[in-house]
Design a protein around this ligand. Sequence first.
Ligand SMILES: [Zn+2]
Length: 75
Amino acid sequence: MRELDEYEETLCPLCGLPESYCHSDERWQDLTGTVESCRVTKIREQTMKQFADKGRVDYPDAMLVRIQPKKTEEQ
Ligand SMILES: [Zn+2]
């Protein structure tokens, strides 16, 4: 785990890329961005909104949505 900890310490806490890229005045210019959509995050946000719409949520940052396969009649 020490190697993993050492590796993770090289990553930017904001973007998750190596700081040698995103904190460099030159290397970050080699990167570009595209807009994509994470469907799991969409499900997570829809589920949390449906939950919050039913009542008060005191600590929204402490809430989580567990993602799991839908259950079918056969299961
Ligand atoms: Zn960064």
